[in-house]
Write a protein that binds this ligand. Structure first.
Ligand SMILES: Cc1cc2nc3c(=O)[nH]c(=O)nc-3n(C[C@H](O)[C@H](O)[C@H](O)COP(=O)(O)OP(=O)(O)OC[C@H]3O[C@@H](n4cnc5c(N)ncnc54)[C@H](O)[C@@H]3O)c2cc1C
Length: 162
């Protein structure tokens, strides 16, 4: 990102850490005209959002699901670009599958009914916990809306979901 020929003392920025946070900060600074240098102690970018490849298999080190695409959309927009023109984001069903050595498995889904039946299949006693988690998630969504600019259509969408 750095172009030393054009940078001056005033428009240079250094971001330490090339995780998703550092990369997002670097993008925003770059869009504002700063010549940005991103430093990381590791050899690869992405931080916890990167992956390792062993024996032909790729393992995510951290994030598996994109929980807030709008954050990416607004980041791209701040840089004058369209996120969906650059990234082909597709819904997966299930989100992912967890497998245990005894052959049992759990399929995580965005569909409430499927999630409930998966939890019930593994351990019916956990069902009330799932319902409680969903209500906490809902409350967190409201907190997000309270502390961020929002469109009235987003609020209506939440009311429909309730
Ligand atoms: C198992 C797991 C699952 C997750 N699942 C999800 C998910 O499904 N959806 C979701 O949205 N989020 C998920 N997250 C959270 C998400 O991964 C993190 O919130 C996000 O990656 C954090 O990014 P970051 O840039 O803040 O930090 P990091 O990714 O930790 O990046 C920090 C970077 O700074 C570097 N660094 C640190 N100290 C120094 C130093 N002194 N000098 C130079 N470099 C330094 C590190 O090497 C690293 O590259 C998950 C996290 C984990 C661990």
């Amino acid at each position: 990102m750095t172009n030393p020929d054009q940078s001056t003392q005033d428009n240079r920025a250094v971001v330490i850490g090339a995780g998703l946070g550092g990369l997002a900060a670097a993008m925003r600074l770059g869009a504002k005209g700063y010549a940005v240098t991103v430093l990381d102690k590791l050899e690869r970018v992405g931080g916890r959002g990167s992956s390792i490849t062993r024996d032909g298999h790729r393992f995510d080190l951290g994030p598996t699901i994109v929980t807030m695409p709008k954050v990416f959309e607004s980041l791209w927009a701040a840089c004058g670009r369209d996120f969906h023109a650059d990234v082909d984001l597709r819904p997966l069903e299930p989100f992912y599958e967890i497998r245990w050595p005894d052959g049992s498995y759990f399929r995580a889904s965005g569909d409430d009914e499927k999630m409930q039946s998966e939890v019930e299949r593994l351990n019916p006693a956990d069902l009330p916990g799932l319902t409680c988690k969903n209500s906490i998630t809902l409350k967190m969504s409201w907190l997000y809306f309270i502390h961020n600019p929002f469109l009235i259509s987003d609020v209506l969408a939440i009311i429909v979901l309730i």
